[in-house]
Design a protein around this ligand. Structure first.
Ligand code: SF4
Length: 212
């Protein structure tokens, strides 16, 4: 619809007392919702035994950026949402600092059920859960990946290199440029890492701004 006509139409709606417009859910959102329901009772790896809530992922199904972490913690297991609690709040702040509100990204983890005591997910558990994440990436089709933490980086990029190596080098996953920085939970434990994390985010933002 041409802009003038659109403006007139919106003015007409406003004068008619209509204050909100229904925005139909995209087919990607519907697909993700259906898959979340389908996999919620998954028993493919032992992590299902400690599951209170399946933490599939959430966010904008048309996001340019997908944030990928390691796995749900205690709060996530209770709420069914990724990155809530203190680490989640910090992630929100990190994203806002690069002009990327949480609502504009899609957030998911390598494993969808909480590892007991917040231990790292084991190789077999990551392998079992990885197809769910790959499928999410294929549906959302982000233009950039922001990988937070060493476990997520090693799992996705298939190596055992250090976090520093991952931060300093360029990567791709499924042909999508991937950038690695600290996990917000690690930044809460060690505030000295906030400065290098900020540098990572600024470099990420620069690349993000180049996108059409
Ligand atoms: S972590 Fe993934 S593979 Fe393991 S039970 Fe949960 S959903 Fe299934």
């Amino acid at each position: 619809m041409p802009q003038n006509a659109l403006r007139q139409y919106l003015e007409y709606l406003k004068n008619s007392g209509i204050k909100e417009l229904y925005r139909p859910e995209s087919s990607k959102t519907i697909t993700l919702d259906k898959l979340q329901e389908k996999y919620a009772d998954c028993t493919l790896c032992p992590l299902h035994t400690g599951r209170i809530r399946f933490v599939y992922g959430e966010g904008d199904s048309d996001a340019k950026v997908m944030v990928i972490g390691e796995g749900p913690g205690e709060q996530e297991n209770l709420s069914g949402r990724p990155f809530v609690g203190k680490a989640g709040n910090l992630l929100d702040k990190m994203l806002i600092a690069i002009n990327l509100p949480r609502k504009d990204v899609y957030i998911a983890n390598i494993v969808k059920c909480r590892p007991p005591g917040n231990r790292n997910p084991e190789a077999a558990e990551r392998l079992a859960c990885m197809p769910y994440l790959v499928e999410q990436i294929q549906i959302v089709q982000p233009k950039m990946l922001l990988i937070v933490g060493l476990v997520a980086a090693q799992s996705l990029l298939g190596n055992t290199n250090t976090l520093q190596w991952h931060r300093e080098n360029k990567h791709e996953f499924l042909g999508i440029p991937a950038y690695v920085t600290y996990h917000p939970a690690a930044l809460l434990r060690n505030p000295n890492w906030k400065r290098p994390a900020w540098e990572d985010l600024q470099a990420f933002q620069k690349e993000l701004e180049k996108l059409p």
